[in-house]
Design a protein around this ligand. Structure first.
Ligand code: ADP
Ligand code: MG
Length: 700
C-alpha cells in the first residue's frame, strides 16, 4: 500500500502534469499520500436545507432548494449584473452574478429545481446571495449528497488556475475511491482497540468527507492523537535511550554544605515552589541516571537560589559545579550573588569570562583541574578546551534559548566517564504543551510563585497624547531616587531606521531632562562599550537608560523602578514580558508604561491588554501561543521537533497531547526498545522518519 500512496500526484485522474506542478509548488503536495494528508481547515454542513423564509444575513452560509422564476440583466458598465429570483414554498430570494453573466444566462434553467449554496447578504433590507454555487437537484454530481463539505486552503496562484477548494475536494473524492482498502493501520491493533480509535482508513475518509459530526469528531481525534503520539514516542524514545546509555553520578548525600547553608546562611524562607523544585531535583540526582531538567520560572522567582542549592548537593558528594550564563554581565551578577550567599562558608567560587585576566585565568584553570575550586561561574569561556575539571558533576545553564544544543553537549563532555547532571534555567515561560514538545526530552520543573512581599508591577498603556504626563511621571520618580528605562524596538528588517529612532529618542530625552544623565545601549555597540554603559546605570551614575531589547536578559538593577516601552505594539508579547521583568526588583512600587500609536491591529491590542491585565508569565505565554501559533514562539525553531503539525494544535489540544505522551511513556516503559512483536509497527515508523534529524537507528 505504501507503494500505492507514494505514486506521484500527476497520476491521479484529474490532475496531470500541469496541475501537479501547481500542487507541488503551491502546497508541497507531491504524492497521493501528501494529498490524502492535506486536511480541510473547516467544514460546512451541507446536510441541512433551509427554508428561504428562515434565512437572515447573519448566517455564515445557507443551502436551499428552489426554482428560478425570473432572470434579468440590470445596471450597466461595471455595475451590470445578472439577477435571478429563486422561489421555494416559503418565499423568494435574489441571486446575483457580476461575472460570467453571459454564460449563466445561457445555462441557467427556469422552472427547474436547484440546490443553491452561498453566503446570504443583506442589501436595502433584502436578502440576496452573490455568486452562489448552483446545482440542478436531478443532476447532483459534484456534491456527495448529505455530507459535510471540507474546505481546503489554497493560494491565489491556485485559484487563478481553477484549483480552488472545491477542486481539491473533488480530487480527494477521486483519491478516496482509489485507496479504499489500501490504507494500512499505523498504530498497533491493541492500541486502536484499547483506546477505541477510529481505524486509519476510516479516519482519513471521514476527515475529508464526514458523514456526520460524530464521525468527524472521531476521525479528528484519531488523527490528532496519532500525530502527537508519534512525536512523543520519538522524543521519549530518545530520552529513554539516553538514560540507558548515559549513567549519571549518584548524589546520595545531602550533607554539610547544603545543611549548613540551609540552616545558617539562607537569609529567608524558601517559597513553596522552590521547595517543590529542590525536591524534584534531589530525586533526579539520586537515581544513577543523568539529570536533564528544565527549570522554568518568571524573572525574580528565585531560580538562581535553587541552582545554588543544587550545587551545594554536588559539593556534598565531592563534585564540582559550573554555571554558564549567556553574557558577561549576567555571569558577573550570578557570581556576585552566589558569593554573597556563600559569604562565610568555606567554598571557593570563581568567575571565568572573556575578560578574565590571563594570570587569573591560569589560576582558575589550575584550581578547577586540581579540585581546589568547587563552583565556577562564567560565559562561553567555560566551554573552551583549556578548561578541564577534576570532577565536574553538575552543569547549570541560565537562559536556555541563547545556547545551542551543540554548546550544551560540549559541556557534557567535560567529564569523560559519566556526563554531569544538567539543569537548564529559563525565564521565558512556555506553555506546558509546548514544553512537552520542544523540551520533551527534558524533565520540566516550574517555579510558579514569587517570593513574598513583592509588589506586582503596575502596567499602563498610553497613547501619544499622554506623553507629557509620562514625562512628568518619570521626573517625579527620578526625584524620588529611582531610575528609569526607556526601551525602543529594534527589529532586524529595519535596523537602521530603528537605530535612528533610538538616537533621536536619546537626544529628545536629553532635551526634556537636561538635569539628568542618560546612558544608551544597543546591539550595535561593542561588548565592552555596552557593558560599561550598563555598569554606569547599575552604579547609579545615570538616571535614565535608553536601550533596545539588549537589556532583555537578566540584568538586575534593583533601583530601576520604571520602564517606558516606546512603540510597544511592535514587540512580541513574551518579549514585552521579559522586558518588564527588568523592573520590580527592589522595594519600591514599580511601573511599566506601554506607549503606542493610536492605530492598533487586533493582535497588538490584545498583546497590550494582556500585559496590562496580568504579570503571570505562564498566562502570557498561553496567550502568546494562541495569538501567534506555537511555531513562532521563541526557542521552538531550533528545537527541530516537528512543528508542521497538520491537524493537532498545541494551543488547543493539550489533553490529547497529555494522553499521547502518557501512552507513549507506558509503551516504552513496557518495551524500551520496541522489540515486542506487537510494537514492530511503531519501531518501523520511528526508523523511517527522518524529519527530526535524529538518528533513530541508534535506538535499537
Ligand atoms: P531568577 O533567577 O529566577 O530571576 P533570582 O534567583 O535572581 O531570580 O531571585 C531574585 C531575588 O529574589 C534575589 O535577590 C534573591 O535573593 C531573592 N529571593 C530568592 N528566593 C527568595 C525567597 N524564597 N524569599 C525571598 N527572596 C528570595
Ligand atoms: Mg536569573
Amino acid at each position: 500500500m505504501s507503494v500505492f500512496l507514494d505514486q506521484e500526484i500527476k497520476f491521479l485522474p484529474g490532475v496531470g502534469p500541469k496541475r501537479a506542478e501547481t500542487l507541488n509548488k503551491e502546497l508541497k503536495l507531491f504524492t497521493f499520500r501528501d494529498l490524502l494528508y492535506y486536511y480541510p481547515y473547516k467544514y460546512i454542513d451541507r446536510t441541512r436545507f433551509y427554508k428561504i423564509a428562515e434565512i437572515h444575513a447573519q448566517m455564515p452560509y445557507i443551502q436551499v432548494r428552489g426554482i428560478i422564476r425570473g432572470l434579468e440583466t440590470v445596471g450597466s458598465g461595471p455595475k451590470e449584473r445578472l439577477s435571478a429570483r429563486l422561489y421555494d414554498n416559503s418565499g423568494s430570494l435574489e441571486l446575483i452574478w457580476f461575472r460570467g453573466i453571459k454564460w449563466q444566462k445561457e445555462n441557467l434553467k427556469l422552472d427547474t429545481e436547484y440546490i443553491v449554496f452561498g453566503k446570504p447578504v443583506e442589501f436595502g433590507g433584502k436578502i440576496s446571495v452573490v455568486h452562489p454555487e448552483m446545482e440542478i437537484e436531478q443532476e447532483k454530481t459534484l456534491l456527495p449528497s448529505g455530507l459535510f463539505q471540507g474546505y481546503y486552503n489554497t493560494t491565489e496562484n491556485m485559484k487563478k488556475k481553477f484549483l480552488n477548494s472545491k477542486a481539491i475536494n473533488k480530487l480527494l473524492l477521486t483519491l478516496l475511491d482509489l485507496v479504499r482498502g489500501k490504507i494500512n493501520e499505523t498504530l498497533p491493533a491493541y492500541l486502536v482497540e484499547k483506546m477505541k480509535l477510529m481505524p486509519l482508513e476510516e479516519a482519513l475518509t471521514n476527515i475529508h468527507k464526514p458523514e456526520n459530526t460524530l464521525e468527524l469528531r472521531k476521525a479528528t481525534f484519531r488523527l490528532k492523537f496519532e500525530e502527537l503520539f508519534f512525536i512523543q514516542l520519538k522524543i521519549l524514545a530518545l530520552k529513554h535511550n539516553r538514560e540507558q546509555k548515559f549513567k549519571g553520578f549518584r548524589f546520595e548525600k545531602v550533607g554539610y554544605n547544603f545543611n549548613t547553608f540551609f540552616s545558617d546562611f539562607l537569609p529567608f524562607e524558601l517559597t513553596g515552589a522552590q521547595k517543590k523544585v529542590i525536591k524534584e531535583i534531589r530525586r533526579d540526582l539520586n537515581r544513577n541516571i543523568q539529570m536533564n531538567r528544565l527549570l522554568q520560572g518568571d524573572v525574580g522567582s528565585g531560580k538562581t537560589l535553587v541552582a545554588l542549592m543544587t550545587m551545594l548537593i554536588a559539593m556534598d558528594n565531592g563534585f564540582q559545579s559550573c554555571l554558564m550564563a549567556p553574557t558577561e554581565i549576567l555571569a558577573q551578577q550570578h557570581y556576585q550573588s552566589i558569593s554573597r550567599f556563600l559569604n562565610g562558608m568555606n567554598i571557593n567560587v570563581g568567575l571565568l569570562t572573556g575578560s578574565t585576566k590571563v594570570s587569573d585565568r591560569k589560576e582558575i584553570h589550575e584550581a578547577l583541574q586540581n579540585g581546589g575550586m568547587q563552583i565556577i561561574v562564567g560565559t562561553h569561556a567555560l566551554i573552551e578546551d583549556t578548561v578541564t575539571f577534576d570532577k565536574l558533576g553538575l552543569v547549570v545553564i541560565d537562559e536556555q534559548h541563547r545556547f545551542g544544543v551543540a554548546q550544551r553537549a560540549k559541556l557534557w563532555q567535560k567529564n569523560d566517564l559519566i556526563p554531569p547532571h544538567i539543569l537548564v534555567m529559563t525565564a521565558t515561560p512556555i506553555p506546558r504543551t509546548l514544553a512537552m514538545t520542544v523540551y520533551g526530552d527534558l524533565d520540566v520543573s516550574v517555579i510558579d510563585e514569587l517570593p513574598p512581599g513583592r509588589k506586582p508591577i503596575h502596567t499602563l498603556h498610553f497613547y501619544e497624547n499622554r506623553r507629557k504626563q509620562v514625562y512628568n511621571f518619570m521626573h517625579q520618580q527620578i526625584e524620588k531616587g529611582t531610575q528609569v528605562y526607556v526601551v525602543y524596538p529594534l527589529i532586524s528588517e529595519s535596523e537602521k531606521m530603528d537605530l535612528k529612532d533610538l538616537e533621536k529618542g536619546f537626544r529628545h530625552l536629553s532635551e526634556v531632562f537636561p538635569d539628568y544623565r542618560i546612558s544608551m545601549v544597543h546591539g550595535k555597540m561593542k561588548p565592552g562599550e555596552k557593558d560599561a554603559a550598563m555598569q554606569k546605570f547599575k552604579a547609579g551614575e545615570t538616571q535614565i537608560m535608553v536601550a533596545t531589547t539588549v537589556i532583555e536578559v537578566g540584568v538586575d538593577v534593583p533601583n530601576a523602578a520604571v520602564m517606558v516601552i516606546e512603540s510597544a505594539e511592535r514587540f512580541g508579547l513574551s518579549q514585552l514580558h521579559q522586558l518588564r521583568g527588568r523592573v520590580g526588583r527592589g522595594a519600591e512600587q514599580s511601573y511599566c508604561i506601554l506607549m503606542s500609536s493610536y492605530k492598533l491591529g487586533n493582535e497588538s491590542r490584545k498583546r497590550l491588554e494582556t500585559m496590562v491585565r496580568t504579570n503571570d508569565g505562564f498566562e502570557i505565554a498561553e496567550v502568546d501561543m494562541k495569538l501567534r501559533g506555537p511555531g513562532d514562539l521563541e526557542g521552538t525553531q531550533q528545537s527541530g521537533m516537528g512543528f508542521d503539525l497538520k491537524i493537532a494544535n498545541l494551543a488547543k489540544d493539550s489533553e490529547i497531547l497529555q494522553l499521547a505522551r502518557n501512552t507513549a511513556n507506558d509503551i516504552l516503559d513496557d518495551d524500551p526498545y520496541l522489540q515486542k512483536e506487537q510494537n514492530q509497527i511503531l519501531l518501523q515508523n520511528l526508523l523511517s522518519s527522518k524529519e527530526t534529524g535524529f538518528d533513530w537507528s541508534s535506538i535499537s
